[in-house]
Design a protein around this ligand. Sequence first.
Ligand SMILES: *[C@@H]1O[C@H](CO)[C@@H](O)[C@H](O)[C@H]1NC(C)=O
Ligand SMILES: *[C@@H]1O[C@H](CO)[C@@H](O)[C@H](O)[C@H]1NC(C)=O
Ligand SMILES: *[C@@H]1O[C@H](CO)[C@@H](O)[C@H](O)[C@H]1NC(C)=O
Ligand SMILES: *[C@@H]1O[C@H](CO)[C@@H](O)[C@H](O)[C@H]1NC(C)=O
Length: 169
Amino acid sequence: MERSKMMLIMAAMAFALVVMAPNVDAKRFIVGSNMGWTTNVNYTIWAQDLHFYNGDWLFFVYDRNQMNVLEVNKTDYESCNSDHPLHNWTTGAGRDVVPLNVTRHYYFISGKGFCYGGMKLAVRVENPPPPPVASPVKSSSPSSIYRGQLVLPAVLAIGALWDAFVRVL
Ligand SMILES: *[C@@H]1O[C@H](CO)[C@@H](O)[C@H](O)[C@H]1NC(C)=O
Ligand SMILES: *[C@@H]1O[C@H](CO)[C@@H](O)[C@H](O)[C@H]1NC(C)=O
Ligand SMILES: *[C@@H]1O[C@H](CO)[C@@H](O)[C@H](O)[C@H]1NC(C)=O
Ligand SMILES: *[C@@H]1O[C@H](CO)[C@@H](O)[C@H](O)[C@H]1NC(C)=O
């Protein structure tokens, strides 16, 4: 009985570690940091030293009565054209969260004329870097197998957890 309990705890810990590990590094960026999404901020300069990884989030904080958050393509980003956004992320609260869940360029502008004043943001979303602990598996592209490698341990951990549960009962 004691041994089963110990196993249950260990399995639960292994499960938590394995399942949570990929999200530990996910970041939520407040666009413009303490300035927020507003006029008189150069978002090219704000973004230039940051790295955005697949799984991160952008958080737009702004005056909901004035600005909005529209995702557009490159052409419309450059010309500040808000007539055919790819995605309208505006919820109406002045607090909009955008998941950066595809490895590509994202372009955001505020409509209502504010884009011309500089309210435009381009970010390049990259694949997350490989885990800091060296992997024993040799591969030419470690980052691409990173996520896949986590699946099998997760399945094993769930199995161990279930086993332990059955034993305790
Ligand atoms: C962006 O969309 C506009 C209008 O739909 C289109 O004319 C333009 O070619 C598109 N640009 C890119 C880079 O896809
Ligand atoms: C974006 O969505 C908001 C909330 O639904 C809406 O009020 C607003 O008119 C939309 N803006 C555009 C440009 O589609
Ligand atoms: C990315 O997130 C958006 C918004 O939540 C969702 O509609 C889309 O399906 C997601 N794409 C992927 C590849 O997960
Ligand atoms: C932001 O700064 C960059 C680099 O200095 C400059 O090229 C760009 O024109 C500026 N953007 C705005 C909207 O002022």
